[in-house]
Design a binder for this molecule. Structure first.
Ligand SMILES: CC(C)(COP(=O)(O)OP(=O)(O)OC[C@H]1O[C@@H](n2cnc3c(N)ncnc32)[C@H](O)[C@@H]1OP(=O)(O)O)[C@@H](O)C(=O)NCCC(=O)NCCS
Length: 154
């Protein structure tokens, strides 16, 4: 497995993978050309992707992370998250990620050392043009988790 940074002109090649993590194209377009994009490859196959943007001084946010369904549950997402944590460690004090209220996704981040930060009420109602469902539940609020990085003095 290897992880590559993806330049802006190539990012649209991975749009279907990014739409798994954020299903409305207009929302993905908001950050597609920002920050850094990372893709994890197994051999020549891109299996997981993520985009991370800077949101403040030494503060970054994971805007999207997704693994193709047939590769989920095999550790690829965790490997990518761990790479991102190491990559930003020298540059950031804190890494945020926002997600819907989906227990499986929350567990994925909690296993990687993220903990609850705050909630943005009605985010999915106000920012998406259709109701978003995951595992049979409608997503309403955005739940932010954070990880304080080890180089931080916080
Ligand atoms: C969430 C996601 C990125 C995790 O990637 P992954 O490659 O499956 O992650 P890993 O195999 O390293 O970790 C699996 C852990 O994630 C959790 N998980 C979340 N969604 C899962 C899924 N669909 N399948 C399997 N595990 C999932 C489980 O808690 C699992 O923990 P466990 O191994 O202790 O049971 C991936 O499932 C995915 O792309 N889901 C759809 C898009 C999405 O919801 N992205 C997050 C948006 S904020």
């Amino acid at each position: 497995m290897k992880i590559r940074k993806i330049g802006k002109p190539q990012r649209r090649d991975f749009i279907d993978l990014l739409l798994l993590g954020d299903e409305q194209i207009e929302m993905v377009e908001r950050y597609l050309d920002d920050g850094e994009m990372f893709v994890l490859y197994e051999g020549n196959i891109p299996v997981s992707a993520s985009i991370v943007i800077e949101i403040g001084t030494r503060t970054f946010e994971i805007k999207n992370i997704a693994t193709w369904p047939q590769y989920q549950g095999k550790g690829y997402g965790t490997a990518l998250l761990s790479y991102i944590t190491e990559y930003y460690n020298p540059h950031a004090d804190v890494l945020y990620v926002g997600t819907g209220n989906n227990q499986r996704t929350l567990n994925f981040y909690k296993h990687a050392g993220f903990s609850f930060s705050h909630i943005v009420k009605d985010f999915f109602l106000e920012n998406y043009d259709h109701p978003i469902f995951e595992d049979g539940n409608q997503l309403i609020d955005m739940i932010y988790l954070k990880k304080v990085l080890t180089s931080s003095t916080e």
